[in-house]
Design a protein around this ligand. Structure first.
Ligand SMILES: *Cc1c(COP(=O)(O)O)cnc(C)c1O
Length: 217
């Protein structure tokens, strides 16, 4: 699908939900995509991208930024504490804060660096053992803990289980966010961003629908 077609679907979904189109940020997930495809989207004026791995992002975005200027990077993959500094220096947002140790590290580094990216707390709404994110039952407590560290918590993020109806997970994430007074909801990918928008998504993370299939060779 073209970038324009995706933007169109986003604004139609917003309209249907009675929301303003600029209420939803489109994050173009460029992980593993060849540079030509990423450049093509940059050429169309898009400046908000998502990456999974700090290493990969650090390898390609400094050069793109040199050519294209300011780009907002969102890190959406699991983050190891020993990569936190590099992540914070590279990205404007981290969507995968999911444990106290990482929160403490980011808080310490924020003091040291003098700035901190926007943070989203990842919630493992499907309680899948292999997936990152704090458990739904621990979310309220962890949000409080992160706020006590003065971290800029903007919202919550989830990746629904592949084989379940995503809207149940979007609704659950929205409920946890609402009762904690958080407005940001990072949810919705290529296959389900429209239903995520209907349920309040403020950040949709769309990869293959924009760039085409990822090849992991
Ligand atoms: C890869 C990825 C996406 C994008 O997935 P698509 O199905 O290609 O849109 C979104 N969110 C996360 C966390 C991802 O890892």
């Amino acid at each position: 699908m073209s970038l324009e077609a995706i933007r169109d679907l986003i604004s139609k979904s917003c309209q249907k939900a009675g929301r303003a189109t600029d209420d939803v940020t489109l994050i173009a997930v460029s992980k593993v995509q060849p540079n030509e495809r990423v450049a093509a989207i940059l050429d169309q004026g898009h400046r908000i991208f998502g990456e999974n791995k700090v290493q990969e992002a650090a390898g390609k975005w400094p050069a793109f930024r040199e050519t294209y200027g300011k780009v907002d990077l969102h890190l959406i993959g699991p983050l190891q504490t020993n990569k936190a500094r590099q992540a914070m220096e590279l990205a404007q947002a981290i969507h995968t804060l999911d444990r106290p140790k990482l929160a403490n590290t980011i808080a310490r580094l924020a003091q040291e660096i003098g700035q901190c990216p926007d943070l989203f707390i990842q919630v493992n709404t499907g309680e899948e053992p292999q997936k990152a994110g704090c458990l739904p039952a621990d979310a309220d407590g962890f949000i409080q803990e992160a706020r006590a560290l003065d971290l800029p918590i903007k919202g919550l993020m989830c990746i629904p289980p592949a084989d379940e109806e995503p809207s149940l997970h979007f609704a659950l994430l929205g409920k946890i966010a609402a009762r904690n007074g958080l407005s940001g909801l990072s949810m919705g990918m290529s296959s389900d961003f429209e239903s995520a928008i209907a349920l309040g998504a403020t950040h949709v993370r769309v990869g293959s629908a924009i760039f085409g299939d990822r090849s992991y060779e």
